[in-house]
Design a protein around this ligand. Structure first.
Ligand SMILES: Cc1cc2nc3c(=O)[nH]c(=O)nc-3n(C[C@H](O)[C@H](O)[C@H](O)COP(=O)(O)OP(=O)(O)OC[C@H]3O[C@@H](n4cnc5c(N)ncnc54)[C@H](O)[C@@H]3O)c2cc1C
Length: 410
């Protein structure tokens, strides 16, 4: 049996865990990551980095590389009625942020990209595919993790543990973190299709609404689009067996441009909010979906996982101090005290958007969607509301750092 001492153990190599390993690659820590994946991540999940995270990628020195790998840009959005009437149009250059665009990169490529960058750290070791389950834990957090890799038993002894193991986090359960949960009634369906030629500009995000509901359209890297909507009373079995024409008819009720679309199902997603009451315990901190799984109504889950990292990284003890358990404990508590209240607010707003989407999927959606659309028209017209809307959309809900106190950024 081998014993491996490390400064930081990251459990989970999805977007959040791999982004952290990438961001820390030049900081002098020894890092071990354990990830159970045998296949790439689901390509239909989050694939747009908000401008605040584009800024983080630039700070970590990997933004140019992301574009070399083929990432695209999204520079604005439009909210439209089914017939194409525009309710709200906005571009991110309207607010003074350093990178006024989203970077678009397929979800299944993101973790691989970050891991490739993380490998630049000669003190980074990835154990994959390995399921972490055999933890030794006490009142100070996680003492060790036993794994089997290539027929060898290895005991990993970390000074600090980052749980990035997603919605069902085993680390969260092992340390008995309490959670606040809300199950939503309408699962989401995601579809891929070729971008209709009349859907322009091709670097915008779109929200369409008709009498029967709402859908959102995100551009992919390859001339395709991803369409996401809540499943209504027709149910998942209907979507599974629907013909091309049946699907096109339902989609065209919300966005007329889809009359002839050949849309292929990318996946169904039951949705549940799971928000950990605490983010830190002893030497362990939760990040990404392990800390906060949210409804995809505002496309923020992946982005929140990354947006918390600059603050976490700033809080970490230096490689020289990381051997001091009391120091580790106190910096993680400090991180939690700063980050949690900000995310409580963002998640409350996300829950509101999720409930709006739920209402829009009910039988009597029309009246509700009409009310929502009049609020959207107000955003288009009123400069203060418009600015707030843009700050939230771009990931600066608490203000732009150059305009506010640096520590007040999400
Ligand atoms: C349909 C859909 C659309 C979405 N759209 C958007 C969007 O537009 N914008 C956005 O920001 N977000 C979006 N999201 C949310 C986003 O995809 C997730 O929030 C994000 O991918 C979570 O990343 P993560 O790294 O925290 O968790 P995960 O991606 O779940 O990664 C967890 C990792 O931990 C590993 N793991 C788990 N358990 C163990 C274990 N015991 N041992 C070892 N490894 C383990 C897993 O193998 C995995 O690699 C969407 C989600 C869905 C479902």
């Amino acid at each position: 049996m081998k014993t491996l001492e490390t400064d930081i153990l990251i459990v989970g190599g999805g977007v959040a865990g791999s982004a952290l390993a990438c961001a820390l690659r030049n900081k002098g820590y020894s890092i071990v990551m354990v990830d159970q994946r045998k296949a790439p991540l689901d390509t239909a999940r989050g694939d747009h980095f908000q401008p605040c995270n584009v800024e983080a990628l630039a700070d970590w020195g990997v933004l140019d590389k992301l574009f070399e790998k083929g990432a695209g840009k999204r520079i604005g959005h439009e909210f439209r009625m089914a017939d194409g009437e525009v309710l709200l149009q906005a571009e991110y250059t309207e607010i003074p942020i350093p990178y006024p665009y989203f970077a678009v990169f397929h979800h299944d490529l993101i973790a691989e990209f970050f891991l490739e960058c993380a490998e630049e750290n000669s003190d980074f070791q990835l154990f994959q595919p390995v399921t972490a389950k055999d933890f030794e834990a006490d009142e100070d957090g996680i003492k060790s993790l036993k794994i089997e890799f290539n027929d060898e038993e290895i005991t990993i002894k970390p000074k600090l543990v980052v749980a990035a193991d997603g919605t069902g986090s085993i680390v969260r359960k092992t340390l008995n973190f309490a959670t606040f949960e809300h199950p939503y009634s309408h699962p989401m369906v995601a579809l891929f299709g070729k971008r209709p030629t009349e859907l322009k500009p091709d670097d915008y995000f779109f929200r369409y609404s008709g009498k029967t509901g709402v859908l959102v359209i995100q551009q992919r890297m390859d001339d395709e689009i991803k369409i996401t909507l809540p499943v209504g009373k027709e149910g998942i079995p209907w979507w599974k067996s629907a013909s091309k024409d049946d699907k096109a008819k339902v989609l065209a009720e919300r966005a007329n441009i889809f009359e002839d679309i050949d849309a292929e199902i990318a996946g169904f997603y039951p949705v549940r909010m799971i928000h950990s009451i605490d983010y830190a315990f002893g030497n362990t901190v939760l990040i990404g979906d392990a800390a906060h799984s949210i409804h995809p109504a505002r496309g923020q889950g992946l982005n929140m996982g990354i947006a918390s990292l600059p603050r976490l990284i700033k809080s970490l003890p230096s490689p020289a101090e990381i051997s001091e358990p009391e120091k580790v404990k106190s910096v993680l508590q400090n991180y939690q005290h700063q980050q949690k209240p900000l995310y409580d607010r963002i998640i409350a707003r996300n829950h509101q958007a999720a409930m709006d989407m739920e209402m829009g999927a009910e039988d009597n959606a029309e009246k509700f969607i009409h009310r929502q659309n009049s609020q959207i028209r107000q955003i288009q017209e009123q400069p203060d509301l418009r600015r707030l809307h843009l700050l939230e959309a771009t990931g600066y809900p608490f203000g732009i750092p150059s305009e506010t106190e640096p520590d007040y950024q999400a």
